[in-house]
Design a protein around this ligand. Structure first.
Ligand SMILES: *Cc1c(COP(=O)(O)O)cnc(C)c1O
Length: 220
């Protein structure tokens, strides 16, 4: 089924948009099945789970960390993560920089924005992002590279609402590009859209979509 699901999802995604197959909670066999169909980018939201999967699965997999990240868990993913989608504080970014340095790496990161109406979701406001990017501490971080933004829309059936939130994230991207990343050619990514809403996200400018249950089946 994974093969068919993956082919179906891929057929709806334009070539300039990257598909992150969200494999959280799913066993290694499922990941291998997608891998054998050519999928190389996978998303996980628990640090230890990402590390234990990365240690045994093929080395050419690109692991994206997409969940809320506590500073004391950064050490588990620092050797493995290609991209961390969930930066919501300078403290977290500073710890990632420290662990990246220990591993002799530069880790790509996205700033996560709170675009949904639900209070429970994580992420920065534009004001908080401005503060982070203007902070003296930020300029000293040489082992992280911010390459874009990430957000999760409200979990509602109101398509107009979801579209508006994705459009807000796109505007935030454009604003940050102009004010902070004009000379940074790698600041290009907008990570938005999941199984239920990724086609809308693509229409609103997503460069990466994070799709789990449509590929691997629902989680309990
Ligand atoms: C679980 C998760 C996804 C994928 O969700 P699906 O609805 O299964 O596609 C995408 N993004 C984040 C941040 C997630 O935690």
């Amino acid at each position: 089924m994974i093969k068919e699901n993956l082919a179906k999802v891929k057929s709806t995604i334009p070539p300039n948009v990257q598909l992150i197959a969200v494999s959280k909670t799913k066993p290694n066999e499922y990941i291998e099945e997608a891998y054998n169909c050519g999928q190389r980018v996978f998303g996980e939201n628990k640090a230890q789970e990402l590390a234990s999967k990365a240690e045994v699965l093929p080395k050419d997999i690109q692991w994206h960390f997409i969940g809320h990240l506590q500073t004391n868990k950064v050490k588990y993913i620092a050797p493995h993560a290609t991209l961390i989608h969930s930066i919501d504080s300078l403290k977290l970014l500073t710890e990632i920089n420290k662990q990246a340095l220990k591993n002799n790496r530069v880790i790509n990161c996205l700033l996560q924005f709170h675009i949904a109406t639900e209070q429970s979701k994580f992420g920065l406001s534009l004001e908080e992002a401005n503060e982070l990017l203007n902070a003296e501490g930020y300029t000293k971080l040489n082992n992280i590279n911010i390459i874009g933004v990430m957000g999760m829309a409200s979990f509602v059936n109101d398509e107009a609402q979801v579209r508006k939130e994705f459009s807000t994230l796109k505007s935030i991207f454009t604003e940050l590009k102009t004010s902070f990343f004009n000379k940074n050619e790698s600041f290009t990514e907008i990570s938005m859209g999941m199984s239920g809403d990724y086609p809308i996200a693509i229409e609103e400018g997503a460069t990466m979509v994070r799709v789990g249950s449509s590929i691997f089946g629902s989680r309990n």
